[in-house]
Design a protein around this ligand. Structure first.
Ligand code: DC
Length: 213
């Protein structure tokens, strides 16, 4: 049976951990769309293209395939899960992901991925409830106090992502103010402030919303 849960929100709000656990609990696939934008950014940087220039960005990603298999991100079949968390990629990803034509292509790839997963997936990102799956069965928007989000990011164990508050603020500002698909809750999204909540509490809350739906 089709079940698509959209999980949107800024960095450090808990999207990845919550989405992974929620997917496991629901027996659904988990798609991290941020990893698609990060892999595209890696391709741009590797090609020496200018992240600001849409034509060069499109040329750099032309013919390249981005996929996610068992939680790993693949660029042309190469496992780039670690490289896409580098400081260079994190610093350029908001610029690359602002280009409308790049977004159109990645959104299409994301929809196809979910179709291949049998339309049963927890999909996390910035524009899932507003653009990628406006007809999702449930939309949640996770948010948290900016200082708490930055602390969570820098405390991510085993992850190469160590992003200071200023860098995270900058990324959130770029993601929220871009003209195409800015980060914002869908009108019908349930907004959950995770500042004072543990991961399990958030997952329980979302599971409860699904049984009510
Ligand atoms: O979730 P993340 O921090 O890995 O996402 C990295 C960047 O990708 C984020 O700063 C903006 C972009 N992104 C996007 O524009 N749309 C999405 N659906 C997911 C991520």
């Amino acid at each position: 049976m089709r079940l698509i849960v959209a999980v949107d929100g800024p960095g450090g709000a808990g999207k990845s951990t919550v989405s992974r656990l929620l997917a496991r609990r629901l027996g659904a696939a988990h798609l991290d769309t941020g990893a698609f934008y990060r892999a595209a950014t890696l391709a741009v940087l590797e090609a020496g293209a200018d992240p600001e220039d849409e034509a060069s960005v499109l040329e750099a990603i032309d013919g390249r395939t981005i996929d996610q298999v068992d939680g790993r991100t693949l660029l042309d079949g190469r496992d780039v899960s670690k490289e896409i968390r580098s400081e260079e990629v994190t610093g350029a990803v908001s610029t690359v992901s602002a280009h409308p034509e790049l977004r159109r292509r990645l959104v299409e790839a994301q929809r196809q991925w979910v179709r291949r997963a049998g339309d049963r997936a927890v999909v996390e990102g910035r524009d899932i409830g507003t653009v990628v799956f406006p007809d999702a069965d449930l939309k949640v928007f996770l948010d948290a106090d900016p200082a708490v989000r930055a602390a969570r990011r820098s405390g991510e164990i085993g992850s190469a992502v160590s992003e200071g508050k200023a860098a995270l603020d900058r990324r959130d500002r770029l993601d929220s103010t871009r003209p195409t698909s800015p980060l914002r809750p869908a009108p019908d999204a349930v907004v959950i402030d995770t500042t004072h909540l543990g991961i399990d509490e958030v997952v329980d809350h979302i599971t409860g919303l699904l049984t009510q739906a």
